[in-house]
Ligand binder design. Sequence first.
Ligand code: AMP
Length: 303
Amino acid sequence: MGGCAAILHYSNTPTLQFNVMPMQIIEHISEMQHWSDATRRDGRRIVFVPTMGFLHDAHLSLVRDGKKRGDRVVVSIFVNPAQFSPNEDFAAYPRDFERDRGLLEREHADVLFHPSVREIYPEGYQTHVNVDKLSGLLCGAHRPGHFQGVATVVAKLFNIVRPHVAIFGEKDYQQLQLVRRLVRDLNFAIEIIGHPIVREADGLAISSRNIYLSPEERQAALCLSRALVRAACMVQRGETRGRVITEAVRGGIEKEPLARVEYVTLCDSATLEPVEEIQESALLALAVRIGKTRLIDNQILKP
Ligand code: AMP
């Protein structure tokens, strides 16, 4: 009898011990706004982590960061058609909702916002947000319309989730700067946090698109992070001339037969305008195709 009582006692304990609310899954805009209003009225600080799903360790690192910065964490999963051009991988973009939901539950995210494309862009939708200069530089020069799609969906998500804080990865450095600009220009009362790039043990920046790489391409993809290390060494040894650095980086990447450089640019870390000489610091940003997969990476260089 005593044994049974003990079992009953222990089996009841977890619910009493961890008073954890299960993660809520919200699909509709009105419900998300309602949750957010109620949470704000309770005086809770809402942290938002927007994603396109197929979550990996870098996404989860953003979520963990979010748990420390507020009282409630909302993660969105929305593969945004507006930021893919017709020849890009929107339809093929990897998706695994059940796996993502399990991962977010384990991280104790509070809300998973998972709207449909129709919910975000209903029949007759026609309003777009454009961050003029920033949208045309770096990746924007090679992906027409991409940053208009990003800015539009981010502005909409901010109005839907109404967070106090939003976290974006520095891997998509241009996106982060564009969001900072958008928040200033449109007066969103949201603090934007940049999260450092999360890398695999061998240096490759983690990305949902890394699953497209064959084993041979996966090895070849190391040329991106190696190029950044090479550039940082050059700068440490005193090199500050943009042309010399970008040419060395480009040359290093081009030695890899599977790699095709899209751009290697040294630029101002806020405006992303190209710079000829590193003063206090500069951003080295690159986009490289490995086979059919387009990869990006970047690093701040400081003399
Ligand atoms: P995505 O699902 O690719 O749109 O990414 C969602 C968020 O995670 C964005 O803010 C990305 O910048 C960020 N992110 C993705 N990969 C990384 C990484 N390797 N390191 C840091 N942040 C990342």
